[in-house]
Design a protein around this ligand. Structure first.
Ligand code: TEU
Ligand code: CA
Length: 581
């Protein structure tokens, strides 16, 4: 297996808006991040992935970019960015930028020009289509999408197809200037770029090269699996419980996506020593072998989403649900990816990011009794696997979901739009739906980082843009840095183990007890060395005796200190790792 620094690294994701506010406006910023680099150095991570910091109207908190080469006012200036990059490099930390090029903001200069008329040279930077006259559409569609009809010069039109936006409503925005519609898979303020246009690709690659010349160390590529749209943009089947056709499914892994990434690799990525990770919504294992192929012609790795879709529920718009995922399904899915990419590609390993609820609430148990132990248990089975681990801000503290009580507490357009669409259009019961949105909302991950027990958890001296989790007096970095058995120190140890073990980084993966509903147990092997990872992901006492070859193994880490792991018993959420040479 080819070795590489990005295979041996641990990445820490920062959502700048919620990380640290240095100038008292209630919003995190670049200078706030710079002030916390020593904390990240202490944790032991190698790479920082910054969610977007470019100029943006913040319709989708920076994932709607209006200038790729200027810094969002809320976050500071380009001088602040340069200072952050220099300081990070001085401390041996790398900086990865979030590349959002499936779409821009509708306030980007390209779109402002493109929408003016049908003839301008930026028109086909985006995906414009004529609407469908009502007599061109079936009576069923006319009925289903009656609320999406627009009138233009005395004639009524429906959008060009039945696709829905990830953020509710149709995936098409109407433009009065020309009477045409533009595609937006996300919000209407996020028009999709037309990657078939080689001038678009050139603009993107030139911009990427300028960022690489500034010295950044890589890119996380937002929904990069969606950039190549299918021929003809055909209507899609409407999944049960949905209102619109599934655009994500038909756009994922499109006809030219690998050609575009190979071109990006030739014209940008291969000229620098970067870490690159594709956020590939809808990726399959077979497709991942192409995106993250080991001959280095596309990307280093991808984020797959099968394991964080196992608790989807079609009845409530798929992601909205309070049911926990089955551990057996999770184990089998992770095993498929561990073995499927072994020696042919490379895994990213994550549960948390700015789009996912906090894993200790979602899969663990965020009660006072088990929050810390279950957070460590989940971290153990995640970090002992093959692949590059991603730690999301606050995950290393065992931060948990926010106790949302009212829609007004949300800031994320995905959650707010979904609540309105599912109650007003799909007529779901608000009282039944609200707890599901509260449990899975992306805002669970976007509440402010909890630094200490002072007001607003030390995140800001002003009113924060989103409420701080009320548990911050118990759950905060200052307290955990001072306590040896904290979640922070447990993550620090897991990261250190990886840094000192080729077995953890490059070993193979063998799942044990495959059908057990509570136990996640697996072996790793490399060059005669082996480890056994044993996790009881439940509130139940369980029996388990390690296989004979591990009986004399060394305990690398355990989340209940000094337990006799050979006694054959597992306490609720107990986790340990044995190693043999
Ligand atoms: O996310 C794309 C994506 O797949 C998510 O929107 C996911 O479908 C959803 O959050 C699951 O509930 C990326 C960014 O990570 C996300 O923050 C942006 O909102 C989105 O793209 C548009 O840029
Ligand atoms: Ca600020």
């Amino acid at each position: 297996m080819k070795k590489a620094w990005w295979k041996e690294s641990v990445v820490y994701q920062i959502y700048p808006r919620s990380f640290c506010d240095s100038n008292g406006d209630g919003i995190g910023d670049l200078n706030g991040i710079t002030s916390k680099l020593d904390y990240l150095k202490e944790l032991g991570i190698d790479v920082i992935w910054l969610s977007p910091v470019y100029r943006s109207p913040n319709d989708d908190n920076g994932y709607d970019i209006s200038d790729y080469e200027d810094i969002m006012e809320d976050f500071g200036s380009m001088a602040d960015f340069d200072r952050l990059l220099k300081s990070a490099h001085e401390k041996g930390l790398k900086i990865v930028m979030d590349l959002v090029v499936n779409h821009t903001s509708d306030e980007h200069a390209w779109f402002l020009e493109s929408r003016k008329n049908a003839e301008n040279e930026k028109r086909d930077y985006y995906i414009w289509r004529k609407g469908r006259k009502l007599n061109e559409v079936s009576p069923e569609e006319r009925k289903q999408f009656a609320s999406d009809v627009v009138e233009y010069k005395g004639e009524k039109f429906l959008p060009p197809n039945n696709w829905g936006s990830f953020f509710s409503g149709p995936a098409w925005g109407f433009s009065e200037e020309t009477g045409e519609f533009y595609l937006h898979l996300f919000s209407k303020k996020q028009p999709d770029l037309n990657w078939e246009n080689e001038r678009v690709r050139k603009e993107v690659f030139d911009m990427m090269n300028r960022w690489c010349e500034k010295g950044i160390d890589g890119f996380r590529m937002d929904v990069i699996s969606l950039i190549s749209k299918p021929e003809g943009l055909p209507n899609q089947p409407i999944p049960t419980g949905a209102i619109y056709g599934d655009a994500g499914q038909i756009c994922a892994n499109g006809p030219h996506v690998h050609a575009y990434l190979k071109e990006m690799n030739r014209k940008v990525l291969s000229h620098y020593d970067l870490i690159t990770v594709g956020e590939t919504a809808g990726v399959t294992l077979e497709e991942a072998k192409k995106y993250a192929n080991s001959d280095g012609t596309e990307l280093n790795m991808v984020f797959q989403f099968e394991h964080v879709s196992l608790d989807d529920n079609p009845k409530y718009g798929f992601k909205w649900n309070t049911e926990k995922m089955s551990l057996v399904s999770l184990k089998k899915n992770l095993t498929k990816w561990q073995n499927g990419l072994y020696e042919v590609g490379w895994n990213s390993i994550f549960f948390c990011n700015h789009d996912q609820p906090r894993i200790v609430s979602r899969l663990g148990n965020d009660s006072d009794l088990y929050r810390e132990r279950s957070a460590k248990c989940i971290a153990t089975f995640l970090h002992m696997m093959q692949g590059t681990p991603y730690v999301y801000q606050g995950e290393e503290l065992g931060m948990s979901n926010y106790p949302f009580q009212d829609l007004s507490e949300f800031r994320d357009l995905e959650s707010i739009n979904a609540f309105h669409e599912l109650t007003e259009k799909a007529h779901l019961d608000p009282a039944e739906l609200f707890p599901m949105i509260a449990f899975k909302s992306r805002d669970n991950a976007r509440t402010p980082m909890q630094w200490d027990d002072s007001e607003n958890a030390g995140f800001t001296s002003a009113t924060p843009w989103i409420k701080v989790n009320p548990n911050y007096k118990k759950v905060n970095a200052k307290e955990e840095l001072a306590r040896a058995d904290s979640v922070f120190h447990y993550y620090q140890k897991l990261i250190s183990l990886r840094h000192h073990s080729g077995l953890i980084v490059y070993g193979d993966f063998r799942l044990l007890e495959e059908e057990d509903p509570n136990l996640f147990i697996y072996e790793r092997h490399l060059d005669g060395k082996a480890l056994l990872c044993v996790c009881n992901v439940s509130e139940k006492e369980r029996e388990y005796t390690p296989p004979a070859e591990f009986q004399k193994g060394q305990v690398l880490i355990q989340n209940i200190p000094d337990r006799d792991v050979r006694a054959g018993k597992l306490a609720p959420y107990e986790a340990y790792v044995l190693a043999v040479e």
